[in-house]
Design a binder for this molecule. Structure first.
Ligand code: F1X
Ligand code: MN
Length: 420
């Protein structure tokens, strides 16, 4: 962890809320308290559910959790020092050690506070403190405070999901007859549908509905001018070069890892893209990486991943249902795998992964291509620092590179590269 205030060896300071009026400042001053208030409202609205399931113990747990979250919101809004975690979750020590590393350079406990510390750190810390509040009140421990928003995003996007699964069926039906150029055309379309699926995130909207209303395929032409950096040709050639000569394409293609972002419509775009990669022989396996607890409002957890497949299977739409059953088969056959390493819900920049999560780094080294979805992953890939926008992506990665990688991200924060 570097000192947050200075450029060292060409690596600029971390973005923080010190700069009044900056996006980080407005996020911490306005958006994070709004998200916390919605979490408190959600818990309050489910009061009867807790009473029905757990009786008076449930009501007491609901009350105590709200008290802890209200205290957290006050600490945030009055720029109090960041506190050590006190729960019994497995990642408590890495979080507290990270805090102590932050405090050491400044030498005092007061220095690490919400508006003075790196934006990336305090924003991740808020979501981990929500988890602490739930863990400390057992009947609440497994309650997903963001579940309503995530499931609503799926249901509000049904027309778009139907259109996408219908498109995929058309590709699947003709897969054997497609020329390489036709395959490339479908690849580019579904890669960009996955990119734009990232518009549907509930953190940037502070929980407001942000679902996909129109056909994601038909939107591609109008969205094309908004792509700032397009390395899709390099993604294609990485997949093609990973195909080893052998009897059947499927058996000898490469492994693609997708570091997921948001549940709801974005997850469907990722599952559709993953199905296409396997059906076309561009990938023999796809490994998905999600979050081990509810994170940044709409990020995917194991429950969201399984729920989305089940919901798609149960859809009253032929091609949605067909895709859902295909996804379930891929999971059962081991063609698809789901992981949720604790590192993804810690505050680290990804250049720290080899040191702080060597097991995860080794897992990613087994991939032929790693796709990182979304803005938070982009910020962590590049350290969420005051980089100049003309700096190269490779420079910003600061040596992080377990495998060929690509970020599929809609711009929602300051960091941006390659605009030279
Ligand atoms: O990672 P995602 O879902 O694309 O976006 C995460 C996000 O909503 O949270 C942060 C601001 O609160 C920004 O990184 C971005 O706006
Ligand atoms: Mn997200």
């Amino acid at each position: 962890m570097m000192a947050a205030d200075q450029t060292v060896d060409g690596v600029p300071p971390s973005l923080s809320a010190k700069v009044v009026g900056s996006f980080a400042y407005l996020t911490i001053r306005d958006r994070l308290p709004t998200i916390l208030t919605k979490v408190i409202d959600t818990i309050h609205r489910n009061k009867n559910k807790f009473f029905e399931e757990y009786g008076k113990e449930g009501i007491e747990a609901e009350k105590q959790t709200i008290a802890l979250l209200s205290k957290l919101r006050n600490e945030l809004q009055t720029d109090k020092p960041v506190l050590e975690l006190t729960d019994g979750l497995q990642d408590r020590e890495p979080w507290n050690q990270y805090l102590q590393r932050h405090q050491r350079p400044q030498g005092d406990q007061e220095s690490v506070s919400w508006f003075k510390s790196p934006w990336l750190y305090v924003e991740c810390y808020m979501y981990r403190r929500i988890q602490e509040a739930l863990w400390l009140n057992p009947p609440m421990s497994d309650f997903d405070v963001f579940n309503e928003g995530k499931t609503q995003s799926f249901f509000e996007s049904q027309q778009a999901v139907m259109a996408l699964c219908t498109y995929l069926e058309g590709v699947n039906k003709n897969m054997e007859e497609l020329s390489k150029n036709q395959l490339l055309e479908h690849f580019n379309k579904l890669l960009k549908v996955s990119l734009w699926g990232n518009k549907c995130d509930l953190s940037i909207s502070a929980g407001q509905d942000n679902s996909q209303k129109n056909s994601p395929i038909e939107s591609l032409t109008s969205l094309q001018p908004f792509i700032l950096v397009d390395d899709s040709n390099m993604v294609w050639s990485t997949l093609i070069s990973a195909q080893r000569q052998g009897q059947s394409a499927k058996a000898t293609a490469g492994r693609v890892d997708i570091v997921l972002d948001n549940a709801g419509f974005e997850l469907v775009t990722d599952l559709v893209f993953a199905e296409f990669l396997v059906n076309s022989g561009l990938a023999r396996e796809v490994h998905f990486h999600g979050k081990s607890f509810p994170w940044f409002v709409s990020d995917v957890t194991a429950n969201d991943f399984q729920w989305t497949i089940r919901q798609t299977m149960a859809a009253n739409h032929k091609w949605m249902s067909k895709s859902g059953y295909q996804w379930q088969s891929y999971v059962k056959e081991g063609v698809w795998a789901y992981h949720d390493h604790p590192f993804w819900t810690q505050p680290h920049e990804f250049c720290d992964m080899a040191a702080d999560a060597p097991d995860l780094y080794a897992t990613l080294q087994g991939a032929d291509l790693v796709l990182f979805k979304g803005d938070l992953n982009y910020r962590k890939l590049t350290g969420d620092r005051e980089w100049d926008h003309t700096v190269g992506f490779d420079t910003a990665l600061q040596g992080f590179g377990p495998a060929p990688l690509c970020s599929l991200r809609t711009l929602k924060a300051n960091v941006q590269f390659e605009l030279g």
